[in-house]
Design a protein. Structure first.
Length: 171
């Protein structure tokens, strides 16, 4: 997936500032308009070597809290977005904190009935949860198509940034 210049700047900023004591290996830095999510591998020497991945992640969360908070404060000031953290230990992934941002939508009755069916069937606790479930499902099932769409949009953003009518000297 192609990323925007702002996303690349934010990713580089975190890579340069997050020390190996907090995360080892490559960082995953995901950016949207409200939030930056940083996820990395729990260092091998972090915690008890006999502990389960879940226990290692929990210990890492406590051990790295002060360092992560200091980095997040700087990033939130610079980039104007909340910073959320998570970790990987083997195949286990956990988000420590993350935003749940409300999104308004207008749905016609057939769509509302679909959400209500998911609620009544116990798939979701509310219409909001049902809609989030649907979005996750599309993300999982259509990931290749979404990646292609994201790359195409990056090209559109790049072309728009070169628009000669937006330049100050074009007036």
């Amino acid at each position: 997936m192609t990323e925007s210049a702002a996303q690349a700047t934010i990713r580089t900023w975190f890579i340069e500032r997050v020390p190996d004591e907090i995360y080892s290996g490559e960082l995953s830095v995901t950016v949207d308009a409200q939030e930056i999510v940083v996820i990395g591998e729990v260092p091998a020497e972090s915690g008890d070597s006999n502990a389960s991945p879940t226990e290692r992640i929990a210990a890492h969360r406590e051990h790295s809290r002060a360092g992560r908070i200091a980095i997040a404060r700087d990033a939130e000031t610079i980039f104007g977005r909340k910073v959320s953290w998570g970790a990987r230990a083997g195949d286990t992934h956990r988000l420590y904190t993350h935003l749940g941002v409300p999104v308004m939508t207008r749905l016609r009755q057939p769509e509302r009935l679909l959400l209500d069916t998911l609620v009544e069937g116990g798939v979701a606790r509310s219409r909001s949860d049902a809609l989030a479930w649907c979005v996750r499902l599309v993300g999982e099932r259509e990931s290749d198509w979404l990646a292609e769409l994201h790359d195409a949009l990056a090209g559109v953003r790049d072309a728009r940034s070169k628009n000669p009518l937006d330049r100050a000297d074009a007036s």
